[in-house]
Design a protein around this ligand. Structure first.
Ligand code: UD1
Ligand code: UDP
Length: 363
């Protein structure tokens, strides 16, 4: 295939999910050569997410190690991605979000003089330490990027306030919503359960220790109230150890392996309430009409809160339990169809493809 060579780099579950629509849109357009580079920052989570979207990596750096430190991960990514860039000589590197894979992709592209396109640009909490290290990763990407694909007006404004060139900031919507449309179209509808279900996920580094223990205390307390609790546990050893010890034998709490895409979207759609510290889940749940309690002190996605779809509750057990009981006590919202999302309309990847096509047709 002739045309500019575009490296789409991804390393973790959320990057696979949110980059899949971009890869598909670029390939369908046919004007460029698209190579998918999996860094393997995640292993099983990444492989499952890629397979869920019918993607296979063209290159796999396989960097994940059990309980990896940020420093060692960064250094393996830097070396691996730089060597690949030297070999492939891409015309553009595209990566999504705020992980270590994303930050190192931006840095390697900068060192090699290759323009970097940042998908899901401009999210900010304003606190450099929360989420950690993601807030700093995304700020660094914002300094290094040639194109900033901002999901919302607020994100675009944050980039412009930081001095990004106005012609290089494009509001596209979040590709998470494109990916959600893709999966929803492939899963059957189900009837509501007799027992209300609370879906829980938690994995943030800044919550390790007492905050995560507080989340588990809240879950244990809620389980005493006749609700079913489904908790797919993130494989990070820090998370597993705390959650398994605190909730492994609690009646009413179903701990599981991470769910594949279809099972997780069904679980979100069919839950009465979601408790999460996940970035992606905060974006997806409002489209499904499922209320969310955000288990963090700050969020870079305040649009969900402003839309009335989420409440920021932190990690204090009493506060989580009170907010969950309040949310469960409210009349259930009707769940037909796809809700209007503050994060996008499902066409973000098409807009990203159009911007890159126009940029490369001029160069
Ligand atoms: C990473 C990202 C975080 C993102 C999250 C999505 C960084 C610094 N963190 O956090 O921004 O929100 O992914 O889930 O980029 N592990 C496995 N199998 C897997 C994945 C992870 O066993 O498929 C275990 C390994 O022991 C690994 C550890 O989890 O060392 C941590 O993985 P890592 O990617 O460093 O951090 P996450 O907490 O997953
Ligand atoms: N997800 C999934 N299975 C699970 C938990 C989450 O498919 O068991 C999906 C979820 O729908 C979202 C993404 O994984 O699209 C979010 O990943 P995660 O919470 O690990 O990362 P974050 O979004 O916080 O960076």
């Amino acid at each position: 295939m002739a045309g500019p060579k575009i490296l789409c780099v991804l390393g973790t579950r959320p990057e696979a999910i949110k980059m899949a629509p971009v890869v598909h849109a670029l390939r369908a357009a046919g004007w460029c050569e698209v190579l998918v580079v999996a860094t393997g920052q995640h292993r099983d989570l990444l492989d499952t997410a890629l397979a869920d979207f019918g993607l296979a990596p063209d290159f796999d750096l396989d960097v994940m190690r059990e309980g990896q430190s940020l420093a060692a991960l960064t250094s393996r990514l830097n070396e691996g991605l730089d060597a690949l860039c030297a070999e492939l000589e891409p015309d553009c590197v595209v990566a999504q979000g705020d992980t270590t894979t994303t930050m190192v992709s931006a840095l390697v592209a900068f060192h090699r003089g290759v323009p970097f396109a940042h998908v899901e640009a401009g999210l900010r909490t304003g606190d450099p330490l929360a989420p950690f290290p993601e807030e700093m990763n995304r700020r660094l990407c914002g300094r290094l990027a040639a194109w900033h694909f901002a999901p919302t007006v607020r994100a675009a404004r944050a980039l412009l306030d930081e001095g990004a060139a106005p012609g290089r900031v494009v509001r596209t919507g979040n590709t998470a919503i494109d990916a959600l449309h893709f999966t929803l179209a492939r899963i059957p509808t189900t009837s509501p359960r007799a027992v209300p279900t609370i879906l829980v996920t938690a994995h943030r580094r800044e919550s390790f220790g007492a905050p995560l223990a507080g989340i588990c205390d809240a879950v244990r307390e809620l389980a005493r109230g006749g609700v079913r609790i489904v908790f797919p546990v993130h494989p990070n050893p820090e998370v597993r150890a705390t959650v398994d010890a605190a909730l492994g034998a609690v009646p009413g709490v179903e701990l599981s392996q991470p769910l594949d895409r279809s099972a997780f979207v069904r679980a979100m759609r069919d839950a009465a309430l979601i408790l999460t510290d996940s970035g992606g889940v905060q974006e997806e749940a409002p489209s499904l009409g499922t209320p969310v309690l955000v288990l963090r002190d700050v969020t870079e996605r305040p649009e969900a809160i402003e839309a009335g779809a989420a409440v920021l509750v932190g990690t204090d057990p009493a506060r989580i339990v009170a907010a969950a009981r309040r949310a469960l006590g409210q009349p259930a919202t009707p769940r037909e169809g796809f809700w209007r999302s503050p994060f996008g309309d499902g066409r973000a990847a098409l807009r990203i493809e159009a911007v890159l096509r126009s940029a490369f047709s001029r160069s």
